[in-house]
Ligand binder design. Structure first.
Ligand code: AMP
Length: 619
């Protein structure tokens, strides 16, 4: 068994194991490492290229294809081909409702705040499991190219990712059999790749402009004492190089007097135009005119026309930069460096506009597709203790969190977080009229709290009696520089508050910490599988509770047949709950949900019309 060689004092790891950096992207992912000459290098697994498309295809034979080979299926079998899963990571259906039409595969609408699921054939997948498939492919490629086992990684995420999205990324790593040592912000990684912020006495304010294929974001960072602080972020999650391609296609179709609807509904013709437009755009990054033939039509465009066409899009990104500066409370003149990230920053017009806005030459020396992964590799190198010139901040050696439904560990401060730190999350009640909430604080890496170490427990009493889901309880963890953890629970509607203080490392030897880490790695796969079953079961129990309540309270709106059928679906779900099959539980939830959805709407309509009537009487 591999020895876990974490240095408890510094959180760094010993040299013997390679740690790689992963840029887990919306469109493409890539991996990088530090070679023997101490240079950051992206991994090009022989013949497969550097960019690994973040695409998963579920083949009818049961085979799961990830990366380059999955790409053609986007056109030929869109329902069974998953792309852009990063947009779903850590999100509930409510979070993504506005752009659900973007996906060609089935995203389950369960109308709840639980994490979205994707249905492929008869199986249900969470975005975490799907991201894990991409990470597994990356791990295999790295192992193949480096000819050594790869278990430890640093993964980058957008600076705007919230706690749930970061935790989902960690969990995806876990399922892929990876020990995620740190989650790093993409703009921080990009800065590190340029050597910005590598010295403890450096003080700088920088802007990172990231324009990819489908997304745009800009971050303003402050670097002080080796700490990267995100002052603000701004952007547009549906703006990128794909839009540049689209304006070229529109321009050509217009010039050729072709009907856009007709052309775009023919998938092979649409694809030919898309590829032709992308080729034109890329060519115009280094030449002034481009011409090609698509389906017998001569298509040409000059650089000047292209720039006129994309001008409104580029202006949009510049507006975002201005807003980001405003939110950060920073003047343009205070920005010391501007870093360009993402394939679309290769377009000279983009670079010029950004340089003009910030009144400064931009950093574009490093390949903008690779810069984030290269920075992640540098961060990995810092963690592995190979860079003695860099300040390593104190870190907490084990994760801290609380127990949630089903006995699961919900991590609030992940291990390896710098201290002092604070983090929090909002919870609610699961039963109508619940007036107390037990808060149990745990430490450790296992998914089930019973395998972790209990630090404290208290009851938040006096929550006003409300329906389940309405109270809002903020749980905040504050870990100070001396390692003292203060946990505070606060119900926002009533202001009821309760808190405890503990010292997490009290009574723990270094050997015990190591053993806890080892156990978590050995049991990672089973732990995650069990977590998924428990999560499905908790959701199912909640669904049974809601549906039975609905039958009790609103039976008058349903026919006898509908009541019987609903009860039947409830019974099926109840039967599935004790079994350890996540998919069959989710299937039963989905079926009950689909069947009862129209009833809820019916009751809502009646309630609305009664409210309206009531209003009329009042007047
Ligand atoms: P990313 O998501 O960062 O991999 O960026 C991909 C986007 O960059 C796609 O829209 C590509 O078409 C675009 N791209 C790649 N190379 C170039 C280039 N030389 N000039 C302009 N755009 C490019």
């Amino acid at each position: 068994m591999a020895k876990v060689s974490i240095n408890i004092a510094t959180g760094s790891l010993q040299k013997e194991e390679i740690i790689i950096g992963i840029d887990l992207g919306t469109t493409n992912s890539l991996i990088a490492y530090i070679n023997d000459d101490k240079e950051a290098k992206v991994i090009n697994d022989t013949g497969k290229g550097i960019l690994v498309p973040s695409i998963i295809h579920f083949h009818p034979t049961g085979e799961i294809i990830v990366g380059n080979d999955a790409k053609p299926y986007l056109i030929s079998d869109p329902q069974n081909t998953i792309f852009s899963v990063k947009r779903l990571l850590g999100q509930s259906y409510k979070d993504i409702e506005n752009f659900k039409d973007f996906f060609s595969y089935k995203v389950i609408d369960d109308d709840t705040e639980s994490i979205v699921k994707i249905k492929v054939g008869n199986k249900f997948y969470t975005p975490i499991e799907l991201s894990a498939m991409i990470l597994r492919e990356l791990k295999e490629r790295a192992e193949h190219a480096l000819k050594t086992p790869v278990n430890k990684v640093v993964i980058t995420v957008p600076a705007y990712f919230n706690d749930a999205q970061r935790q989902a990324t960690r969990d995806a790593g876990k399922i892929a059999g990876l020990d995620v040592l740190r989650i790093v912000n993409e703009p921080t990684a990009a800065s590190l790749a340029y050597g910005i912020g590598l010295h403890p006495d450096e003080e700088k304010t920088i802007a990172v402009y990231d324009l990819g294929g489908g997304t745009f974001d800009v971050s303003i960072l402050k670097i002080q004492n080796g700490i990267f602080e995100v002052l603000s972020t701004n952007g547009d999650t549906f703006l990128g190089g794909d839009d540049f391609d689209r304006v070229i296609i529109d321009y050509w179709l217009n010039a050729l007097s072709l009907n856009p609807k007709e052309v775009m509904s023919n998938s092979s013709l649409a694809q030919a135009f898309r590829l032709g437009a992308e080729e034109a755009k890329i060519a115009l990054s280094s030449q002034n005119i481009y011409q090609t033939t698509i389906d017998g039509h001569l298509c040409g465009i000059t650089k000047q026309t292209f720039e006129e066409l994309i001008k409104p899009l580029v202006e949009k990104t510049i507006n975002c930069c201005a807003l980001a500066l405003k939110d950060a409370g920073v003047q343009v003149s205070e920005i010391n460096e501007v870093v360009m990230v993402g394939g679309s920053t290769r377009t000279p017009f983009v670079k010029q506009n950004v340089a003009t806005f910030f009144n400064k030459a931009v950093h574009d020396e490093i390949n903008p597709d690779e810069v984030v992964a290269l920075g992640a590799a540098i961060q990995a190198d810092v963690l592995s203790g190979n860079r003695t010139d860099i300040l390593l901040l104190d870190v907490t050696p084990l994760s801290l969190g609380i127990e949630t439904m089903g006995g699961l560990m919900d991590v609030i401060i992940p291990r390896n977080s710098k201290v002092p730190t604070k983090a929090g999350r909002q919870y609610t009640t699961s039963i109508d009229g619940q007036v107390n909430m037990k808060v149990s604080v745990y430490q450790g890496e296992r998914d089930l709290v019973k395998e972790n170490r209990k630090l404290a427990e208290f009851d938040l009493k006096g929550i006003p009696s409300m329906p389940a889901g309405l109270p809002k309880v903020d749980i905040n963890f504050m870990l100070n520089a001396d390692g003292i953890l203060k946990v505070q629970a606060l119900e926002l509607r009533s202001g009821v508050k309760q808190e405890v203080e503990v010292k997490p490392t009290y009574g723990l030897t270094d050997d015990e910490v190591e053993q806890m880490l080892l156990d978590s790695i050995t049991n990672a796969k089973e732990d995650v599988a069990q977590r998924m079953i428990i999560e499905a079961r908790t959701e199912g129990e909640q669904m049974v509770y809601t549906a039975e309540n609905f039958l009790k309270k609103s039976a008058e709106y349903l026919s006898i047949d509908e009541i019987a059928k609903t009860q039947q679906y409830i019974n099926v779900l109840k039967e599935e709950l004790p079994k350890a099959n996540k998919d069959s539980i989710l299937k039963a939830i989905d079926e009950l949900n689909e069947y009862t959805r129209p009833f809820a709407e019916r009751v809502m309509d009646v309630a609305v019309s009664q409210a309206m009537k009531g209003k009329k009487i009042d007047e």
